[in-house]
Structures are given as structure tokens and as C-alpha cells.
Design a protein around this ligand. Sequence first.
Ligand SMILES: NC(=O)c1ccc[n+]([C@@H]2O[C@H](COP(=O)([O-])OP(=O)(O)OC[C@H]3O[C@@H](n4cnc5c(N)ncnc54)[C@H](OP(=O)(O)O)[C@@H]3O)[C@@H](O)[C@H]2O)c1
Ligand SMILES: *[C@@H]1O[C@H](CO)[C@@H](O)[C@H](O)[C@H]1NC(C)=O
Ligand SMILES: *[C@@H]1O[C@H](CO)[C@@H](O)[C@H](O)[C@H]1NC(C)=O
Length: 317
Amino acid sequence: MIGVLLLLLLLLPLFLYIAAPQVRKMLFSGVCTSTVQLPGKVAVVTGANTGIGKETAKELAQRGARVYLACRDVQKGELVAKEIQIMTGNQQVLVRKLDLADTKSIRAFAKDFLAEEKHLHILINNAGVMMCPYSKTADGFEMHMGVNHLGHFLLTHLLLEKLKESAPSRVVTVSSLAHHLGRIHFHNLQGEKFYNASLAYCHSKLANILFTQELARRLKGSGVTAYSVHPGTVNSELVRHSSFMKWMWWLFSFFIKTPQQGAQTSLYCAITEGLEILSGHHFSDCSVAWVSAQARNETIARRLWDVSCDLLGIPMD
Ligand SMILES: NC(=O)c1ccc[n+]([C@@H]2O[C@H](COP(=O)([O-])OP(=O)(O)OC[C@H]3O[C@@H](n4cnc5c(N)ncnc54)[C@H](OP(=O)(O)O)[C@@H]3O)[C@@H](O)[C@H]2O)c1
Ligand SMILES: *[C@@H]1O[C@H](CO)[C@@H](O)[C@H](O)[C@H]1NC(C)=O
Ligand SMILES: *[C@@H]1O[C@H](CO)[C@@H](O)[C@H](O)[C@H]1NC(C)=O
């Protein structure tokens, strides 16, 4: 009897291993089924050297776009570019240096990009950090707010004219379900008065949604549309700063999305035809998703926009 139980127990991991792909398919419905091809289109994906960004870049390259991998570590980026080139047969996969924790790097990236490219049709603001210990970017911004929100805010601002000239074009910003716990504390935006690494991540992901909404409002009629995304719970390197989360991710790795599954909603928002009327909306599993009351608040969105401009030295209009 005990022997049988023991055997079953031993077989359980094997069973899970075999069943995992089916379980994942059952749990996650969000697949981008669009057949749109992208020859002649230009895309930029931030944080494309690993995780969801890498898979998003691969999917775009697969459809024939010229894809820029905007990475802080160019060496890692080059390896991935080679890999994508070999897998997709698309040679137009290029790596450019972008450190979102340094506005000088962001400005240099944009300057070079604008000089070398005539068009930009798809910008995917994907890079992100989670639960890092209190630290600051080169410009003195708290790391989560600085990289996840302000870095992408500046990048989008610098590339906006090019996006407008290339319309129809899209800006997809990867946020998270974690935004539900987020609040924009205007008196403590840089976490100097109080700081909690988990909450700091949530605040920055709320900022991603507010940014997307305000951007969509401002871009109405321009042919540029904006979307925010929750990719799902995805097995990636995002949990690198927390051993507890690393352990949880490992334990549940059978049941969370692969990076390729995690890339589906970003891809969906970037390429699906006729999505323009939903500009400003938040998406999860390739459909419109509910956001928190904070995330729907236009007053907060406007104020965050102005404060971000102020912090980044961007003239307000
Ligand atoms: N995984 C999930 O369950 C989950 C859930 C909800 C939302 N998200 C969101 O999905 C997005 C992608 O995350 P992921 O899960 O794919 O995580 P990941 O595997 O850790 O990838 C994050 C990417 O961002 C890059 N990055 C970090 N700091 C940067 C900086 N200062 N400048 C430029 N690039 C930087 C990383 O580059 P390095 O490799 O050089 O560090 C990496 O390429 C993030 O915005 C995250 O918030 C993920
Ligand atoms: C950070 O906030 C989370 C969520 O409110 C809470 O569970 C956790 O205990 C807090 N951590 C610290 C160190 O205060
Ligand atoms: C939006 O947020 C502001 C400031 O927190 C608050 O005063 C206002 O009532 C909110 N508006 C809505 C519609 O919830």
C-alpha cells in the first residue's frame, strides 16, 4: 500500500511535466491569431534581450518587420539578435544600446535612431524591473518609477514625431495586474519618504496605464494609438531580485505562462487590425481588461503627465 502511494508520489512530477503544456493551454486563452504580415514596418522593443521582450521581438521579426532590440546590455542583445535571425530567417534584427535608467542614454538612443531610420510603426515599451532594493537612476529617480515609467515616457516623447510621420502607428506599454495595488503618491514619487520594493513596482505599473490613457487622449486623430498590457504571470527573469518570488516561480513554473505565451497580448495590441477605436485601453489575454479606479482617473493621469514632463525637463503644452 505504502509502496503504491510512494510510486504515485514519485510519478506525480513526471505526470505534471507531461501534462504541463496542455494545462498551460487550458489556463491561458490569449493567443494572437492575427495573420498580419509586417514587411517594410519598423519596430522598437525595449528590454528585448530576454523574457517577454525577446519573444515579442521574435514574433515581429517572424512577420517580416525590421526590429530594433533596445537593450542596456548590447552583448546579450547581439546573441539574441543572432538567435532570432537564425530562427526567423529575417536578417533585419538590430541591436541598439538603451539604458532606461539614464536619460543621457535614452536621448542618445533616440538621436541615433531618428538619424538612421525613416519610420517607426511599432514601439513596445516592454523593459521593466521589479522589487529591486531602494536605488536611484543616473538622474536620481527611484529605480521602478525611473525605468518602468519615466524612462519609457521620455523615450516615447522623443520618438513621437517619427511615430506620427509613420501613422498608422502604435505604442504598446507593458504594465501589469499588479497596478491594482499601485497608487501615485505625488508627495513621494521618488520613494524618499517611505519605500516598499513590492509596492514601488505596483506604483510604476499604474503609471504605465495612466501614461497610456493620457497619451491616447493627446494623440486622438493623429493616427498614433496607444495600448497598455498585462502579459499574464510569466516565467521570466523579472523575479531576479526576490528569492521568495524566484522560488514561487520555480514551484509553479508548470502552470505559469512561457515567455512566448506572455508575448501574445503585446503582439495582439501591436498588429491586430481595427484595434484603433480601443486606443487607451488596457488588455490582458488578448482582450480588453478591467483596471483599478486609480487607473481610470483622468485627473491623476493629467497630473502625472505634467509632473513627468517637469522631472524630465520636457516643455509642457
Ligand atoms: N513576468 C511576469 O509575470 C510579468 C507580469 C506582469 C508584467 N510583466 C512586465 O513584463 C515586462 C517584461 O518583463 P519580463 O517578465 O520579460 O522580465 P525580464 O525577463 O526580467 O526582462 C526585463 C527586461 O527589461 C530589461 N531592463 C531592465 N532594466 C533596464 C534598463 N534600465 N534599461 C533597459 N532595459 C532594462 C532587462 O534587461 P537585462 O536583461 O539587461 O536586465 C530585460 O531585458 C516588464 O515590464 C514587466 O513589468 C511581467
Ligand atoms: C510591502 O507592502 C506589501 C503589500 O502591502 C506588504 O505585504 C509588505 O509587508 C510590505 N513590506 C514591507 C517591508 O513593509
Ligand atoms: C480622481 O482622483 C482625485 C485625487 O485623488 C480625486 O479627488 C477624485 O475624486 C478622483 N476622481 C474620480 C472620478 O474618481
